[in-house]
Ligand binder design. Structure first.
Ligand SMILES: [Mg+2]
Length: 172
């Protein structure tokens, strides 16, 4: 059975919807989607760090479309690990665990890897939205499209725009 490492933020969890929501709550304005494309999250949303450090940010993140259903199938055909560099925001660990337990009850605690650098991760396949994680990975890499990476050439990585594409590529 092949081992697959799946990221949370920007892959399973729709963090841009959270950024949008927090931005509107803070400023009363609506962020235009086109203004987030091709820019790092912290540049598109200048107070992104405050948002992610707010209690509840990760716990209340919406789901990426089709992620639950496709991941459940992946869990049956692969050795699945959820890999999140959660140490960047230490207060997020409990929230992320609770979020996974609620939305992905088929994932056990042994499959949750909350880490610092993802350089240490060894698997056959990685799904992530950040080049910094994929570039150092030795297996097959899928770049999950998010506004911050949307304009970049995926290079050696395979770009996927949503979970339906991943379903076709991983489960056909
Ligand atoms: Mg991510």
């Amino acid at each position: 059975m092949k081992r697959i490492a799946v990221d949370m933020d920007g892959v399973l969890a729709d963090v841009y919807s959270q950024f949008d929501r927090y931005y509107t709550e803070e400023t009363g304005k609506v962020m235009k989607h086109e203004d987030t494309i091709g820019r790092p999250e912290g540049e598109a949303f200048p107070n992104a760090l405050d948002y992610v450090n707010s209690p509840g940010f990760f716990r209340s993140a919406p789901l990426m479309a089709h992620g639950q259903r496709v991941l459940e199938k992946i869990n049956q055909q692969y050795q699945l690990f959820i890999v999140s560099a959660a140490m960047e925001f230490p207060n997020s660990l409990g929230e992320k665990q609770a979020w996974l337990n609620e939305h992905f009850p088929f994932i056990t605690w042994r499959q949750m890897v909350f880490c610092g650098s993802k350089d240490i991760i060894k698997a056959d396949i990685m799904v992530d939205d950040h080049f910094r994680n994929l570039d150092v990975f030795t297996g097959t890499t899928y770049l999950f499209t998010q506004p911050h990476n949307q304009l970049r050439d995926p290079g050696i990585h395979t770009r996927v725009d949503d979970w339906l594409q991943l379903e076709k590529l991983l489960l056909s």
